[in-house]
Design a protein. Structure first.
Length: 319
């Protein structure tokens, strides 16, 4: 997880390893919604407990790595503290909550596609809050994202299997996931990505604990289910893909890594169909194509193509 300069990264022979690492990370991330639904089927725990344990365990693992290998990453200069706080509270804490409820209130395919509206929200946020110019073609990409989200939400058909709160949670997950790019970019002007992950995850987990206590009290799952949560959502879907993505990103262009990672919603849609029998209608598939196409475009030409060099989630290893 050590930082490397672009010249160091590009000088090394890469082969297919870095690309395969990014694809493997995206493949593991694609199982997140399914892991939640499968582990919650038997009623051994609740959603808030699930996300709190997932983030808490992942935070402890990343902290242990930093203590053993990168103690320098545990120092946070004053200039980065506000951005890291925003990363922890919004990009991890709020994001983890709204995403798991987006899966529950809509479906895994719909929530996954709405999550991929994140690059559009980042481009819009950079324009509104940072004063970056959005080009005409970028505006078209934002429009395509909006139209795609409307189609995925099945608003035009008036389908009854989606609720407004499910669509709202899905869109909010895209906004909060996109905030990782805005907060993380500012923080990483003075700290390495590992510092953002250690403190972002830790702060996020601390924010989730009181919410979990309010929603479900002090109840915890049985040891067997706790082990499954630790191995699947916490390690296999959080820590391992972050490590794979970060390593792959160190030897690839950020736009290349971001585009390779768009296999995630494709895999998630297929797996949700095979495992959960959740599928998209033709209109929703068309909407998904628009959202993902816009995400690819905005990765190749982030925010207007001039100011932002790193796509959403790229520097910090996604989620």
């Amino acid at each position: 997880m050590a930082r490397r300069s672009p010249s160091d990264s590009m000088a090394r022979p890469r082969g297919l390893g870095p690309s395969l690492a990014v694809i493997a990370a995206a493949s593991l991330w694609s199982t997140l919604g399914i892991s939640y639904e499968v582990l919650l089927r038997d009623g051994g725990t609740d959603r808030m407990t699930m996300v709190t344990l997932r983030l808490g365990i992942a935070a402890l693992v990343v902290l242990a790595y930093a203590l053993l290998r990168r103690r320098d990453a545990l120092r946070v200069p004053r200039a980065a503290r506000a951005s890291i706080l925003g990363t922890g509270v919004i990009s991890f804490g709020v994001f983890y909550i709204v995403l798991i409820y987006a899966y529950h209130w809509s479906s895994v395919p719909v929530a996954t596609v709405l999550l991929y509206t994140a690059p559009a929200w980042v481009a819009l946020g950079e324009h509104v809050f940072l004063g970056y110019r959005v080009t005409r073609t970028a505006t078209l990409a934002l429009g395509a994202t909006l139209v795609g989200a409307v189609l995925v939400a099945d608003i035009l058909r008036g389908a009854g299997d989606l609720t407004p709160k499910g669509v709202a949670a899905g869109l909010l997950s895209g906004v909060t996931y996109g905030s990782m790019s805005l907060f993380g970019k500012r923080a990483m002007e003075s700290v390495p990505p590992l510092t953002v992950m250690v403190f972002g995850m830790g702060i996020g987990a601390l924010c989730l604990i009181p919410v979990k206590l309010i929603v479900s009290g002090t109840t915890l799952p049985e040891p067997s289910l706790l082990l499954k949560i630790a191995l699947w959502p916490a390690l296999a879907v959080t820590v391992v893909p972050v490590a794979l993505y970060t390593w792959g990103l160190s030897m690839l262009r950020p736009s290349t890594a971001s585009i390779l990672a768009t296999v995630e919603p494709v895999f998630a849609i297929v797996l949700a169909w095979l495992v959960l029998d959740q599928r998209l209608h033709p209109f929703q598939i068309a909407g998904a194509a628009l959202v993902l196409g816009a995400a690819v475009y905005l990765s190749l030409n982030p925010s207007a193509g001039e100011h932002t060099k790193t796509p959403v989630g790229a520097q910090t290893g996604g989620r």
